[in-house]
Design a protein around this ligand. Structure first.
Ligand SMILES: Cc1cc2nc3c(=O)[nH]c(=O)nc-3n(C[C@H](O)[C@H](O)[C@H](O)COP(=O)(O)OP(=O)(O)OC[C@H]3O[C@@H](n4cnc5c(N)ncnc54)[C@H](O)[C@@H]3O)c2cc1C
Length: 454
């Protein structure tokens, strides 16, 4: 049996813990069955946003008639787009290997438990007093043979399709369908219900749906009954018995836990109903010394959450900062067209929680820079506690929303009071200034509420 100070299963964000522990002189084993770096740089956030960059430019060129410019896109070199993205992916693993010093042993294989503190990898038994499970998720299984998931396009090694059907209504489906449509692949998105991005605030997802469907063809209330690859083309029978065809079929219908690969039945580690590993507020599973971090916990499923957790856990383990981590606010964005950014409660959630709240929704158009974008729909919606002025939720839709929301996040983190967003000085007429009238309006709404209570 090989003995280590620390064993990590899954080399996504947890690679950083391995690198840090190695530098501190700990004897570390890190086990990875696929590529070092995990989902984000190899087949997730980074390559998908590299693709979105192309889509964004193309959409802007297509919108240029608003600026009295007649622009014609002569050619989109789809091969080059994928070649560059594939090239980025091909370098990830090497970069991660270079993070580790001689104290870190990398096992490139699937690891699983033989008992609580004993792991088997490559027919070798290894043990350590501290084990970190950071095994993340994988795409839900596709229901038809030869259909793709997002993993099949990062890297894309098959022929670029002339047409694609994308099934799903979440952020991955909406980012990828926007990309394929923008670069000229005939794209159809199939959605089981009649909503896109149903976890967003309803007002925001409604605006999104209206704008997004101007570009991407979406068939709502539609599912595929049967699908078969025939002569390099998928023939699909939809639930209304109509036949639909496209070269490729990609499912983006959610992600499932990788915990089923760990043989947890040999341990006392418990999972929840969805198969994600349970943990306490110190990230510890119900077995002492075995921790779970990142997507493997099924909690936030975002790269920035995973990175923050890993950083916290390594301080907890190696710098003796025995604090529990409770995220105050967890922001996220949808990098589609339009772009969305959001933090905190949606109005629906505030209703479910039965809390006292008020809302204010404001257009960005008071800002000259926003007007210069020549789009009318951008909005800011606040959900607020009318007793304390606390921002409970903020939802943005419009150009660079994911960047703009950071000024709201800063206020929420430092001293959460909407009046701070109203009182600060903005550069006129920067796009950020679009949040000033939103804050002014929000404070007004609260004051009207207070008046009404007298
Ligand atoms: C297409 C796409 C786009 C995304 N875009 C964004 C975005 O814009 N912003 C954002 O915040 N998040 C985004 N995400 C989510 C983000 O990628 C994840 O939240 C993040 O990568 C989670 O990191 P992790 O380390 O917990 O898990 P992972 O990065 O998934 O790492 C887990 C690793 O464990 C390995 N593993 C699993 N089981 C075993 C085993 N038994 N033995 C050995 N190894 C094992 C896996 O191979 C994997 O490499 C996106 C995801 C996808 C798929």
């Amino acid at each position: 049996m090989q003995k280590f100070d620390l064993i990590i299963i899954g080399a996504g964000r947890a690679s950083n813990i391995a690198a840090k522990a190695g530098k501190l002189g700990k004897k570390v084993a890190i086990i990875e069955k696929s590529k070092l770096g995990g989902t984000c740089p190899n087949r997730g956030c980074v390559p998908s946003k590299l693709l979105i960059g192309y889509a964004q430019k193309i959409r802007e060129i297509k919108d240029s008639k608003k600026y009295f410019i007649r622009a014609i896109i002569d050619d989109i070199d789809q091969e080059k787009i994928f070649e560059q993205t594939n090239e980025y992916i091909s370098k990830v693993e090497k970069n991660y290997e270079n993070k580790f010093n001689e104290n870190v042993t990398v096992f490139k294989a699937e690891g699983s438990f033989l008992e609580n503190k004993i792991i088997e990898v490559n027919n070798t038994k290894i043990t350590a007093p501290i084990i970190i499970i950071a095994t993340g998720t994988r795409p839900a299984k596709v229901p038809f043979e030869n259909a793709w998931t997002s993993d099949d396009i990062f890297p894309l090694t098959k022929k670029i399709p002339d047409s694609i059907t994308i099934v799903g209504a979440g952020f991955i489906a909406c980012e990828l369908a926007n990309f394929f449509d923008a670069i000229g692949v005939k794209t159809t998105q199939l959605v089981r219900g009649d909503t896109l991005l149903e976890n967003e605030d309803e007002d925001i997802s409604e605006i999104f749906k209206e704008q997004y469907c101007k570009n991407v063809e979406v068939k709502f209330n539609t599912t595929i009954k049967k699908a078969k690859l025939k002569n390099d083309s998928f023939e699909m029978i939809l639930d209304d018995e109509k036949i639909h065809t496209s070269d490729a079929l990609l499912y983006a219908i959610g992600r499932v836990s990788n915990a089923d690969t760990l043989k947890l039945e040999n341990t006392d580690i418990k999972t929840d109903k969805r198969g994600f590993i349970k943990r306490d507020k110190y990230f510890q599973t119900n077995v002492e010394g075995i921790y779970v971090v990142g997507d493997a916990s099924g909690e936030h499923m975002l790269q920035h959450a995973a990175a923050y957790e890993m950083n916290h856990l390594s301080k907890f383990l190696f710098e003796d900062e025995k604090k529990a981590l409770e995220f105050k606010y967890m922001p996220h964005a949808v990098f589609s067209y339009p772009e969305i950014a959001s933090v905190g409660l949606t109005e629906k959630r505030a209703k479910e929680l039965n809390i006292n709240y008020v809302t204010s929704t404001t257009s960005w158009l008071a800002s000259a820079k926003a007007q210069a974008l020549k789009i009318k729909y951008p909005k800011t919606k606040f959900i607020l506690n009318p007793e304390t002025y606390e921002i409970l939720g903020c939802h943005l839709i419009g150009y660079e929303s994911a960047t703009l929301i950071h000024q709201v996040l800063a206020i929420m983190h430092l001293q959460n009071d909407i009046r701070n967003l109203k009182e600060m000085l903005y550069i006129h007429p920067a796009l950020s200034e679009a949040l000033l009238p939103a804050a002014v309006e929000a404070v007004k709404v609260i004051q009207e509420y207070k008046e009404s209570q007298k």
